[in-house]
Ligand binder design. Structure first.
Ligand code: PFF
Ligand code: NA
Length: 452
C-alpha cells in the first residue's frame, strides 16, 4: 500500500469521496433527466434507489477496498480468495475501470462547456440577453469542434496535474478548498431562484409524484443515475476504500456521502427549475438545460455577471473533483499493474481520455459519422450511446455483480469485521445486498426488455 498512501484523516477522506460523488451528475444531469422524465415520480424513484440500492452497494464497494487495500480488481480478487472463492470475481473491479474511463471521456467535454460558461459569465456575455440570444450562445459554442476540444483539454490538464502529484499532496489540498466554496455558491443560487423565479411551480414539479409521467425507461434512468451520481460500480469507491483510514466508520461515511450528494442534486433542481418555469422554458430541454436557461436569469439579476460566472465556476469545481476521482482508477491501475510512475500514468491516461473525448465533441457539433440509427429507427449520437450505456447498463450491471459478490460470496465473518458496525445494521445491509438490490435491478431490466 506504500505506493498509494492513505488519507491523513477521516475528514479529508470524506471530502474527497464527497467531491467524487458531487459533480456534473448533480448539477447538469439530474435536473435535465428529471425534466425529461416528468419530475416528481422520477425524483421519488431516484430517492428510493439511493436509499435501498445505492447506499448498501456503496458500503459494499468501500468494504472491498478497505479489505484489499489495492486497486479495485486486485482488492476484489483478494477478498474472493480470502473467502475461499475464485479470483474471477475480480471482474467487479474490471468493469468499473472501463466504465469510469468511458464516463470520463464525455464528462470532460461537459465540464468544458462549464468552463466556457464561467468565462462567458464573468466576461458579461449574458448581460441583458434575450432567451433567443442565450440559445444562440449555446449553439454557437457547439458549432465547431475546436473550442470544445480546447475547453475540455483545460479540464484534462488540471486533472492530470493534481493526480500526478499524488494522493495526499494533490487530491487532499484540491478538495479541501473546493468543496466548501461549492456549497456556499449553490445556497446563494437557491436563495435567488426562490425569491425571483417561479418557486411554487418548480416545487410542485419536483415533488408531486405523477406516475403516469414515468415510463419503465424512466425508471431505468433513475436507477442508473443513482449509481452514476454516487460514483458507484466504477471502481472509485473501492479505490477510496483502499485509502480509508483504519478507524473510520464505513457506514457513517457512506450515509453522509449519499446525503450530501442528494442534497446538492435537489438544491441544483431548486436553483434551476424556478428560473426555467418563470421564463417559460421547456423542462425537457435535454443536456443543454442549465446552459440554455440559467444565463437568462443571470443576465437580468443584479451582479448577474458575478453570480453567472461564479455559478458556472462552481460547476467546474464540482466536475473537477469528480474528474480527479474518475481518472484515479485508471492511473492507480497503470501504476500497480504496468509499473508506470504516477506522473507517467497520469499524463498517458490524460492523452487517451482526450482522444476518446473527441467522439463526444463530434457528436455535439453534429458530425454526420457520429449519428447512429438504433432499433426502431431511433436517431441518436455516439455521445448519447456512451452516456446511456455507461449509466443505465454498465453501472447497474456492475452494481448487480458487486451486490451478489458482497452479499452471497464474501465470507460474512470478513464482511462483518470490515464493515464493523452494530449487528442489526449489518444484517439489514446484508438483506439489502442479497435480495433487495439484485431483485430490483433485475426487475427493472426485465421490465424494460418486456419479459415481465
Ligand atoms: N458522481 C459523479 C457525478 O455525479 O457527477 C460522476 C461520477 C464520478 C461517476 C465518478 C462515476 C465515477 F466513478
Ligand atoms: Na453525484
Amino acid at each position: 500500500m506504500a505506493q498509494h498512501g492513505r488519507w491523513t484523516n477521516r475528514f479529508s477522506y470524506m471530502l474527497a469521496a464527497t467531491g467524487a460523488a458531487v459533480g456534473l451528475g448533480n448539477i447538469w444531469k439530474f435536473p435535465y433527466i428529471m425534466g425529461e422524465n416528468g419530475g416528481g415520480a422520477f425524483v421519488l424513484v431516484y430517492l428510493l434507489c439511493i436509499l435501498a440500492i445505492g447506499i448498501p452497494i456503496m458500503m459494499a464497494e468501500v468494504m472491498i477496498g478497505k479489505h484489499g487495500r489495492l486497486t479495485p480488481s486486485k482488492s476484489a480478487a483478494k477478498l474472493a480468495q480470502d473467502s475461499g472463492h475464485s479470483t474471477k470475481w475480480k471482474v467487479t473491479g474490471w468493469s468499473g475501470v472501463v466504465a469510469g474511463f468511458l464516463i470520463l471521456s464525455f464528462y470532460v467535454v461537459i465540464a468544458g462547456w462549464a468552463v466556457a460558461y464561467a468565462w462567458f459569465g464573468f466576461s458579461g456575455a449574458f448581460n441583458d440577453q434575450s432567451p433567443q440570444q442565450i440559445g444562440k450562445l449555446f449553439s454557437d459554442l457547439n458549432a465547431s469542434p475546436y473550442p470544445l476540444m480546447g475547453w475540455s483539454a483545460f479540464i484534462i490538464v488540471g486533472t492530470v496535474i493534481v493526480v500526478a502529484k499524488g494522493v495526499q499532496k494533490g487530491l487532499e489540498k484540491a478538495v479541501n478548498t473546493m468543496m466548501p466554496i461549492l456549497f456556499v455558491l449553490l445556497a446563494i443560487m437557491v436563495g435567488y431562484a426562490a425569491s425571483t423565479g417561479d418557486f411554487n411551480q418548480a416545487f410542485e414539479f419536483m415533488f408531486a409524484a405523477d406516475f403516469f409521467k414515468l415510463s419503465w425507461n424512466g425508471v431505468l434512468i433513475a436507477l442508473g443515475h443513482s449509481f452514476f451520481t454516487l460514483s458507484l460500480a466504477s471502481g472509485i469507491m473501492t479505490m477510496y476504500g483502499a485509502y480509508l483510514p483504519e478507524n473510520t466508520s464505513l457506514v457513517k461515511t457512506s450515509v453522509y456521502i449519499a446525503i450530501m450528494d442528494t442534497l446538492v442534486a435537489l438544491m441544483a433542481g431548486m436553483a434551476i427549475f424556478p428560473i426555467v418555469f418563470a421564463n417559460g422554458l421547456p423542462a425537457g430541454a435535454g443536456p443543454g438545460l442549465i446552459f440554455q436557461s440559467l444565463p437568462i436569469a443571470f443576465g437580468q439579476m443584479p451582479l448577474g455577471q458575478w453570480f453567472g460566472g461564479g455559478f458556472f465556476l462552481m460547476v467546474v469545481v464540482a466536475a473537477f473533483t469528480s474528474s480527479i476521482a474518475l481518472i484515479e482508477a485508471s492511473v492507480a491501475w497503470l501504476v500497480e499493474n504496468r509499473g508506470f510512475k504516477r506522473w507517467q500514468a497520469a499524463v498517458g491516461a490524460g492523452f487517451i481520455i482526450w482522444a476518446v473525448s473527441l467522439l463526444t465533441v463530434f457528436s455535439l457539433t453534429g458530425a454526420p459519422w457520429t449519428k447512429l440509427t438504433l432499433f426502431g429507427d431511433v436517431q441518436t449520437t455516439i455521445f448519447d450511446v456512451i452516456d446511456y450505456t455507461t449509466a443505465n447498463i454498465m453501472l447497474p450491471l456492475g452494481g448487480l455483480i458487486i451486490a451478489v459478490f458482497a452479499g452471497w460470496i464474501v465470507d460474512p465473518k470478513i464482511s462483518q469485521a470490515t464493515i464493523d458496525t452494530h449487528p442489526t445494521v449489518y444484517q439489514l445491509w446484508r438483506i439489502m445486498l442479497k435480495f433487495i438490490a439484485p431483485i430490483a435491478i433485475l426487475a427493472v431490466f426485465f421490465n424494460l426488455i418486456g419479459v415481465l
